[in-house]
Design a protein around this ligand. Structure first.
Ligand code: ATP
Length: 240
């Protein structure tokens, strides 16, 4: 029998007052996979990630990491169990330096040597962070901050990285650079659940994808198949 997937959401529902942001989301991410979550504005992509990382509470349904339920745990506990979230809007500490932001990303870890090694890994993935080590995060460009946000999430040494719109507010050239870094992370075996408006970029990187439409999975399959599927466009256009 197959082992439990790294992450599984089963009929997850989330409401904000009368707004049913997620109606029924069932999906899974296996270890080593990159899975894209795409769909129109308001489809529930960010809510899905925020609920996985403990920032929103499910109304019903389950979230399991390695088969163990995690819904209802505190965000810090969910990080400790291996899920890091690089958030939309970046949520960096603008008044702190690049170095301090990275250290905060590692605050749940006790292995000092591992943390030091991971700082070097981040420099290799995102060389700008080495150049700007002492710069205040709030004074960096959108693309630079996005790289710092990704690196900060990775400093938690996650088994699963949740990515919310890594291309948002980033100049096109830097977007390519960021996605090259994500491809390198994938090559290194990092498991990722990626929310991304730029569907071509998302499907290029991902192994599989789910298309969300008004809080429900409308379509899913191998990324290569979905790239050629007209229904993707329909899911977007029809989602209002
Ligand atoms: P976008 O790409 O625009 O961020 P999304 O697919 O990530 O879209 P969500 O941000 O998850 O969509 O939002 C899903 C629905 O839930 C939307 O109707 C949104 O207005 C609503 N929603 C999300 N967060 C809240 C909140 N904290 N309070 C009230 N409604 C919310």
């Amino acid at each position: 029998p197959d082992a439990a997937p790294l992450l599984r959401l089963d009929r997850l529902a989330v409401s904000f007052g009368a707004v049913r942001a997620l109606k029924e989301v069932t999906l899974e991410v296996r270890a080593g996979e990159v899975v894209a979550l795409v769909g129109a504005n308001g489809a529930g992509k960010s809510t899905t990630l925020r609920t996985i990382s403990g920032l929103s509470r499910p109304k019903s349904g389950t979230i399991a990491l390695d088969g163990v339920p995690i819904a209802g745990l505190k965000p810090s506990e969910i990080v400790r169990r291996g899920i890091a979230h690089a958030m939309e809007g970046r949520r960096l500490f603008g008044g702190l330096t690049v170095a301090e932001n990275l250290r905060l990303g590692a605050c749940t870890r006790a292995d000092r040597d591992g943390v030091a090694r991971d700082v070097e890994r981040m420099f290799a993935l995102f060389p700008i962070l080495k150049e700007r080590w002492r710069q205040l995060a709030g004074t960096m460009s959108g693309g630079e901050q996005q790289q710092l946000a990704l690196a900060r999430a990775l400093m938690a040494a996650p088994r699963l990285l949740l990515l919310d719109e890594p291309s948002l507010g980033v100049a096109p050239l830097l977007v390519r650079h960021i996605f090259a870094a994500l491809a390198e992370l994938k090559r290194q075996g990092m498991t990722m659940l990626l929310v991304e408006q730029n569907i071509a970029l998302a499907l290029d990187l991902a192994d599989r994808a789910y298309v969300l439409r008004t809080g429900t999975v409308a379509l899913s399959g191998p990324a290569a198949e979905l790239r050629a599927d007209d229904r993707i466009a329909q899911a977007y256009l029809g989602a209002a």
